[in-house]
Design a protein around this ligand. Structure first.
Ligand code: F6R
Length: 622
């Protein structure tokens, strides 16, 4: 989704802004723009449709100087993706330029009112309404810009993160947020670099980390003003002063680079064994055969006495939540419901004060997931967050939680966050089971031991499934794929299908294998690739029968089997092998070849794997 970068300091702003926009490309966008104030006090705005590189080309012969600036990548909501609708937007007088993430819900009525009062508009966006409203408020109240922003935002309904330049005051940068994240990077020496002040703005940490790891997370309904003297002043909309809390970013620059891989997605697929080792470090204790999750230890009684666990999530995170449900119910004997956050928040769900509501989200910013837990909070439930991005909105809104610690995920298609979520939910299930004594000591110890071995088994899986790139070429013809799995592998089928859809644009559906007979089997013909997750475990015989049913209708079978299996292998057109493991851990291995399959099919079809069309990494609008 949209991204914001901002800078005020001694350096030229444009290179910092452009680099920042490139860092934000992973979020998904369709147009980009920059705005600077040069030494002569000229406020420039340059925008273009398409990639950041197109913007760079379009400013080649323009004055891009200035030591203060704001920039934006836009993911269209109101108005088509074009240069006019791209941000930054000028105010009518062209004294102000503004960038905005989020959606202004009452923009139509605000625009009508402003038009009645003589303001004119160039674009179809809700963002232009904001900048005009701020300008109009400043004129009618005859006040400074900061006060005008405070007053204007009081009449706005919706979500925003904004940054504003004022050509009459090139020594200050103003920003504000509600419901959409905004981070202020504080340059060396608390904003003073060699005695000179320097501040950075980012809708996430990626454009900032190169320059400083000291940040302030702006809170909802806060406005900040920073100047070249190194002053950072934050108030709320009612002008009550807030004390900025300085945090240290836990991220390093290498994590934001491709490290020799062709795409972030491929790097993140191969990173999974090491990422999961870090995720489980200090949490899985093999010597003592224990699982230690501080988020649970501190709130044991909430989990032990929980009437029910409700997990809210979207997309891939919903799939990992489903695996979490199967495991927690089996191991800890607590009923678990898995909800699409976007549905849950608009129903009137029954939530009891002794329910535990878990939000699973890589970004920690998904608007629907955030709204779902806010609803649960209003009904008194205990909130637990399982997120990857440190300091994001969901961890800050929950009572407790666990970070994945799998490192930044830049590829739009989620890979290492998925396996990180699955292993975290399994650790959570084990930790609750230990407290509730629902597993025998022997079984508990076996589960801990085996879980510890999963990263190495993942490595084996990645090492032994070479050649998928060649094999994937054969499927560029396909218009549809079916993915089948049973039990723990049904969510893997859903996730495998989603991976293929989102990056190759081939239609794919995941089904519980036995559901085939209730409709989807009608789709099978010699053209249809059917991916079956068929480990030699629990329901092996049943899945073999399902494969036979597809075979006899001439479907093409691509299977994921346990190393050494010959039966399913003999029935398959192509086979991926995984090491043997317990049923509940198979998803952590079986998903790896499916991630690689979708990656290589997308490459063979010439798709932009890291930035698939229409998709956003962090879905901050509902
Ligand atoms: C798919 C994918 C999305 C996200 C979904 C939720 O590969 O990445 O389906 O899983 O948008 O995002 P988070 O986990 O950030 O809440």
């Amino acid at each position: 989704m949209c991204g914001i970068v901002g800078y005020i300091g001694e350096q030229e702003a444009y290179p910092i802004l452009i680099k920042g926009l490139h860092r934000l490309e992973y979020r998904g966008y369709d147009s980009a723009g920059v705005s600077m104030i040069n030494k002569a006090g000229v406020l420039s705005v340059y925008k273009s449709k398409g990639k950041v590189s197109a913007l760079e080309a379009s400013v080649a012969d323009k004055d891009i100087s200035g030591t203060i600036g704001i920039a934006h990548t836009r993911w269209a909501t109101h108005g088509e993706p074009n240069a006019t609708n791209a941000h930054p937007h000028f105010s009518q007088s062209k004294n102000l330029s503004l960038v905005h993430n989020g959606i202004i819900e009452n923009y139509k009525s605000l625009r009508t009112e402003l038009e009645k009062n003589g303001m004119t508009f160039c674009s179809e966006t809700d963002t232009e309404v904001l900048v005009q409203l701020i300008e109009y408020t400043q004129i009618t109240h005859n006040c400074d810009l900061y006060t005008a922003v405070q007053l204007a935002l009081k009449s706005v309904i919706g979500a925003y993160a904004i940054a504003i330049l004022d050509k009459r005051n090139p020594d200050q940068l103003i920003c504000a947020r509600k419901g959409s994240p905004l981070i202020i990077g504080v340059g060396a020496n608390n904003g003073k670099k060699n005695g000179k002040a320097e501040f950075f703005l980012g809708s996430d940490a990626t454009p900032i980390i190169e320059y400083t790891n000291k940040v302030v997370y702006l809170q909802d309904e806060e406005i900040a003003i920073m100047n070249r003297e190194g002053d950072l002043r934050i108030t709320n909309l009612s002008n009550v002063k807030q004390t900025p809390q300085l945090h240290t970013l836990q991220m390093n620059l290498d994590e934001l680079e491709k490290g020799g891989y062709a795409h972030f997605m491929l790097k993140e697929i191969y990173e999974q064994p090491s990422a999961l080792k870090i995720c489980t470090k200090g949490r899985l204790n093999v010597n003592d055969k224990d699982v230690l999750l501080s988020g649970i230890i501190d709130h044991k009684e909430k989990f032990v006495n929980a009437r029910r666990i409700i997990i809210c999530a979207c997309g891939t995170s919903w799939h990992s939540a489903l695996i979490g449900k199967y495991f927690i119910e089996e191991a800890a004997q607590i009923p678990v419901e898995v909800e699409y956050a976007s549905e849950f928040r608009y129903r009137n769900p029954v939530i009891f004060p002794d329910d535990v509501v878990i939000a699973v989200s890589q970004s920690g910013e998904t608007a629907d997931t955030l709204a779902a837990i806010q609803l649960a909070k209003s009904k008194g439930a205990f909130l637990y967050g399982i997120c990857n991005v440190i300091g994001s909105s969901i961890p800050r809104a929950t009572d407790s939680g666990t970070y994945l610690h799998v490192g930044p995920e830049i590829g739009v298609a989620s890979t290492k966050a998925f396996t990180g979520q699955v292993i975290t939910l399994i650790m959570l299930g084990l930790a609750i089971a230990k407290e509730k004594k629902t597993l025998s000591d022997e079984l508990f110890h076996m589960l801990v031991d085996e879980l510890q071995q999963i990263p190495d088994k993942m490595q084996w899986t990645l090492d032994h499934n070479k050649g998928i790139d060649q094999f994937a070429q054969m499927f560029t013809y396909a218009r549809n794929f079916i993915y089948l799995g049973r039990g723990y592998n049904y969510p893997v089928a859903l996730e495998g299908a989603l991976k293929l859809k989102e990056i190759s644009y081939i239609h794919a559906e995941g089904y519980p294998a036995a559901e085939m007979k209730h409709g989807p089997i009608a789709l099978i013909d010699e053209e249809m690739p059917v991916v079956v997750i068929a480990p030699k475990r629990g329901m092996y015989d049943k899945i073999v029968s399902n494969i036979q049913e597809i075979k006899s209708r001439k479907g093409k079978i691509i299977s994921v089997v346990t190393e050494g299996d010959t039966i399913v292998k003999g029935m398959s057109d192509y086979c991926f092998e995984i090491p043997d493991t317990r049923d509940c851990y198979v998803p952590l291995l079986a998903i790896l070849p499916l991630q690689l399959l979708s990656y290589y099919v997308a490459i063979a079809k010439g798709r932009n794997v890291d930035q698939p069309r229409n998709l956003a990494k962090s879905v901050t609008v509902e």
